[in-house]
Design a protein around this ligand. Structure first.
Ligand code: HEM
Length: 153
């Protein structure tokens, strides 16, 4: 059972968090390309990237849910590496929900209303997106290395 839960947990991380990482990272440069004379970018692309981020962020909820189930099945809920991972996962989710997604939405509204978007706004969004990526990448390393853990490899 533990192996099934762990497999689903890792699968959810790959399938859900992967697309959010790629789409969120592509969002700021896609915004900057809108309105360029060579028509290299358009609002449709920006909207699609935002939609991918929103939908897959929702699917990403399966990652901590299955993570908790795996941890309970393994009896490692008290482990320091896991508590640290849970905290960092919560921080990553918080940044995504409180900063990345709402700012993407604001920028999308501006573009839809044919307003120009200041470079500082996309730069700030890129900063929050980078922070989100860094946090969950750290969690992934923690999940694999499990510092201080005496179970498994
Ligand atoms: C509330 C958050 C989370 C909890 C409670 C949790 C729990 C767990 C547990 C108990 C394991 C098994 C570790 C072992 O084999 O000893 C695991 C493995 C793993 N987790 Fe998580 N996890 C969480 C979030 C995440 C996130 C956000 C990611 C990546 C996006 C992630 C990626 C992985 C990976 C790749 C493994 C496989 C590690 C390996 O077996 O080498 N987890 N997780």
């Amino acid at each position: 059972m533990t192996k099934v839960l762990l497999s689903l947990h890792v699968l959810a991380a790959i399938v859900a968090i992967g697309p959010v990482t790629v789409a969120a990272s592509m969002f700021p440069p896609a915004v900057r390309r809108v309105g360029l004379p060579d028509e290299a970018g358009d609002v449709g692309t920006v909207r699609l990237l935002h939609r991918i981020c929103r939908v897959y962020a929702g699917l990403g909820l399966a990652v901590p849910v299955l993570g908790f189930a795996t941890a309970a099945a393994m009896g490692v809920l008290q482990d320091a590496w896991l508590i640290t991972s849970i905290t960092l996962t919560a921080a990553a989710a918080g940044i995504l929900v409180a900063f990345v997604l709402p700012r993407q939405e604001e920028i999308l509204e501006q573009l839809t209303g044919r307003q120009s978007v200041e470079r500082a706004r996309t730069a700030r969004l890129a900063m929050f997106t980078g922070l989100f990526n860094l946090l969950w990448a750290t969690v992934t390393v923690l999940m694999i290395v499990r510092p201080g853990s005496t179970t498994g490899a």
